[in-house]
Design a protein around this ligand. Sequence first.
Ligand code: HPA
Length: 286
Amino acid sequence: MSLPSAGVPGDPAAVAALLRERAGGRTPRLGIVLGSGLGGLADILQEAVSVPYAEIPGFPTSTVAGHAGRFLVGELEGTTVACMQGRFHLYEGLAPAVIQLPIRTFAALGVEALLLTNAAGSLRAEAGPGSLMLITDHINLMGSNPLVGPNDDAWGERFTGLENAYDQALRSRLLGLAAGLGIHLHEGVYCALLGPVFETPAEIRAYRILGADAVGMSTVPEVIVARHAGLRVAAISAITNLAVGMSEVPVDHAQTLRGAAIAAADLTRLVRAFAGSFASEPGPGA
Ligand code: HPA
């Protein structure tokens, strides 16, 4: 029996139908979520249609500067992609379960993979502002989880495994594409924190001991919902700053946006190539 998702507004199938209708019936093969300061990537989509979150039943509206808040469907290097420009953060005060609707919308659209991007602080001196880090695994220190509450068996099992949460084959593909483009793609563990404050130097020292390579305030809830729904996930951090205590540059939102602007150039090239890699392989219906 499929339980109602208590208190979770919106119907992913209805949102997917709305997007597909606006997109003239196109079926996206790749889902993309654009992080802080990385929303400009949406501008490279061709034949794009967009729907503001405010027009999507059940979607909260994003409250953060640098997050536009719309869902797009468009073409990128011969592949139809669905793209969230602006995401929802738990620090906005949203119930963690609101992450379910947008991510399940990707699943309802039928995407073969989900690429999540974010802005993050680096705990590794050699991965400085403007560089990219492929997420290999995560540590969830948000103190919360978007699947808390009744399980909707129609979407996934009560207990979801997170081994290989960051799909090995997609990671290999991204590393190969980056190498071909001459982009150094660091690899590391992303530590998710609730925010909205940045960390203290003591916290950063503690997270380093725990095994973190980067810190940020997003992505992990989306990975959890995606894995619950069986979606394959890849995630890339745009390193916007060295973590607190590691440099003289103050860590603030302005620095995050500056660092994201530098990283965006390489990220755009890599995302293009990644989208193109789907065009050159047969689709699920082939
Ligand atoms: N900490 C947490 N979140 C972040 C950071 C950081 O240093 N940089 C960008 N997002």
